[in-house]
Design a protein around this ligand. Sequence first.
Ligand code: HEM
Length: 165
Amino acid sequence: MINPFLKQLSLTIEQTAMSQSLQGVEWVVAVVQTIHIFAVCTLMTAMMLSNFKALGVLKRGHVLYPLASALKGPAHIALFILLLTGLVMIIGEPARALLNPIFQLKMLLLLVATVCSVNVAIQQKKFENNFFSNSGNNLLQKLLALIAISLWISILFAGRWIAYT
Ligand code: HEM
């Protein structure tokens, strides 16, 4: 059901003027991939710090603790840049991405990881606002942070793996 739709979509994209011009200039894809990797670095740093905080591995008073909150804005921008650069790569070679089960898995994992991380961040903020709390984050939050970390690492792996499938 989904694959015939994606096949038709990739054929349609392939025939657009933008896709045709991207296919003719290899350096554009290299530049876009480099920007994608820069954004990956920013987002991964932010996600790791935020989830380490929720896990209790990164404690109040540690030099990196304030960085986790400071990277919130850059993380949103990085996610937007990933979406834009990802779209350019898809337009350049639609079948390579859209019809690849690893790419489809990466998009699904991205959705779940984002939901988990947003939830962890909201609960973390509530915990931080409660200055006198010394009970730490609850077990469910820690489990969610652990799941989010595993998902972000899987997304990294899937992103690289697309090239080999
Ligand atoms: C927001 C939506 C995203 C889209 C549409 C997207 C799309 C893509 C595409 C089309 C490729 C090229 C794959 C290939 O042809 O080899 C790629 C590569 C990659 N992506 Fe994404 N991506 C997104 C988000 C992310 C995120 C959130 C991460 C990691 C946290 C990530 C990590 C990577 C990595 C590591 C590569 C391999 C880069 C390389 O080998 O040059 N992507 N992505």
